[in-house]
Design a protein. Structure first.
Length: 116
């Protein structure tokens, strides 16, 4: 659980919710052709279930009262990677802060593959 404490009490939100929220926001950006498994457990789960999980390529960590988000993506060949990454960072940060009110300190984007 991701916990943030404020003057009203403790807010807990499941990591699955964040992973689904972030994954959807990132995959909607122009030039992103998919997400890549970011851990062995995600890869094993996708092999066993033979489906892509909604949290594929997403890792959300809580450091202090801010979130750190790691994304592993596949981009389309021929597009400007720098522009794609900036777009993803801005959209993910805005989406998370708008939907939850939690501050995002970092969005790390790892380009693992390129598809034609």
């Amino acid at each position: 659980m991701i916990k943030i404490e404020n003057h009203l009490g403790i807010i807990e939100i499941s990591p699955e919710y964040f992973a689904n929220l972030v994954g959807k926001a990132a995959s909607e950006c122009f030039g992103v052709s998919g997400m890549v498994n970011s851990s062995a457990s995600q890869g094993l789960r996708s092999i066993i279930t033979r489906k892509d999980s909604p949290d594929k390529g997403v890792r959300v960590r809580n450091i202090g009262d801010k979130l750190v988000i790691d994304l592993h993506i596949t981009v389309t060949y021929g597009v400007n990677i720098s522009a794609i990454v900036k777009s993803i960072v801005n959209k993910v940060r805005y989406t998370v802060q708008d939907a939850t009110g939690f501050a995002v300190s970092k969005v790390n984007v790892f380009v693992d593959e390129m598809k034609a």
